[in-house]
Write a protein that binds this ligand. Structure first.
Ligand code: 5GP
Ligand code: ZN
Length: 119
């Protein structure tokens, strides 16, 4: 994927980001347009388009993304009051960047899971 993918370019250091944690396989950095006091994106360094592709293709790497998310949540002091971990996926999910990323959101009550009830 590489040069066509925004988050691959962040992994490569070609686009700056405020990195809060890095492991051999994952990177966590602050969202450029935060929607909550804490809004961090957690990604695998390797390119997978979305969480379904990642979980089916490399479950151990998906687990690494979760473990890094938990470590960042702890670093950010979110474990006591709670937080939300979210993978927007595909068109209905509102995904805009097609390199899988967990949104880690917290630091304030986050309100309902969806803006409105669609059921
Ligand atoms: P999605 O809608 O795909 O789930 O979320 C993409 C997220 O990436 C958005 O929250 C957006 O603010 C964030 N984003 C887009 N471009 C950049 C960037 O260049 N740097 C950082 N740090 N975040 C970005
Ligand atoms: Zn990528």
């Amino acid at each position: 994927m590489g040069s066509d993918c925004l988050f691959c370019r962040i992994v490569a250091g070609e686009i700056p980001a405020t990195v809060v944690r890095e492991t051999d396989t994952t990177l966590a950095f602050r969202d450029i347009d935060p929607k909550a006091p804490v809004h961090i994106l957690v990604i695998p360094k390797e390119h997978y388009a979305d969480i379904a592709t990642l979980a089916q293709g490399d479950p151990a790497l998906a687990a690494d993304v979760l473990a890094t998310s938990a470590a960042v949540a702890e670093d950010e002091g979110l474990l006591g009051d709670g937080f939300r971990l979210m993978f927007n996926t595909g068109a209905y999910g509102g995904q805009e960047v097609f390199h899988v990323h967990a949104h880690l959101l917290g630091g304030a009550p986050l309100g309902p899971m969806l803006a409105r009830d669609l059921a």
